[in-house]
Design a protein around this ligand. Structure first.
Ligand code: HEM
Ligand code: HEM
Length: 184
């Protein structure tokens, strides 16, 4: 496999990382507190630009994460700066949970839409009124997916915040090139 130069992530990995981080942050900000209530009150989500953007960014994150996973399998080897084994283990664990959340957020959202019979509304007037495959699936009755989705939305922001603080700590205190390796 091709070796990476300068202890840097390759350009595509960086692009995936930063576009995803920005899209998740904006989707989170656009997930207003009364989202669920609006939908339950029968407001057409297509008429709410914040909901349309929220769902479009979320679906973009989903698509990017699928493509990114393929890229991780074939890309040049990722940099491995020197660090203690417990620190490496912890950082790998955090990355793993972030990967999980990047998939779980859109999937729980789609399950919530299917379960509650709400349309998926995206930018450009794209709209799917019913998601019968999800609505009728065994999974759909297992939880209140809207609540699970909201909870995971909070979890990803907390974890990404801790992950970002750790990157800044590496940069300022340990000076081991971890932040520079992912810097655009
Ligand atoms: C990947 C990034 C995403 C993040 C960070 C995120 C975050 C959130 C948050 C924090 C809320 C709670 C808002 C509240 O307090 O009521 C929420 C609600 C919601 N989101 Fe997302 N979301 C994401 C992706 C998606 C996607 C892909 C869709 C649609 C396909 C979607 C549809 C919804 C819906 C329908 C609700 C209301 C849920 C309910 O209360 O029943 N989200 N989201
Ligand atoms: C929602 C926001 C974010 C998510 C979901 C996220 C997710 C991830 C994931 C999954 C990786 C592993 C990447 C790979 O193997 O290609 C990673 C690496 C990294 N991220 Fe983030 N990230 C976010 C925000 C940030 C921020 C704000 C910073 C810096 C201030 C940052 C700094 C880094 C660094 C330096 C690495 C490389 C770490 C290493 O190789 O040990 N991330 N991030």
């Amino acid at each position: 496999m091709q070796q990476n130069s300068l202890n840097q992530y390759d350009k595509l990995s960086k692009a995936f990382h930063w576009i995803t981080a920005i899209a998740v942050a904006i989707a989170f900000v656009l997930g207003p507190g009364d989202f669920g209530r609006l939908l339950h009150d029968g407001i057409d989500p297509g008429a709410r630009i914040d909901i349309v953007w929220h769902e479009s960014l979320g679906i973009t994150v989903f698509t990017l994460t699928l493509l990114r996973l393929v890229w991780v399998a074939v890309r040049p080897v990722a940099p491995r700066p020197q660090m203690t084994s417990w620190m490496r283990l912890l950082s790998q664990l955090v990355h793993l949970v972030l990967w999980f959340l990047l998939f779980a957020l859109p999937i729980t959202a789609l399950l919530a839409l299917g379960m509650e019979g709400h349309p998926l509304t995206l930018l450009g007037g794209f709209r799917i009124n019913e998601l019968p495959l999800l609505a009728n699936s065994h999974l759909s009755g297992l939880a209140d997916w809207g609540e699970v989705h909201k909870f995971l939305g909070d979890v990803i922001m907390w974890l990404a915040g801790i992950h970002a603080l750790a990157a800044v700590y590496h940069h300022l205190k340990l000076k081991d090139g971890v932040l520079k390796s992912m810097w655009p």
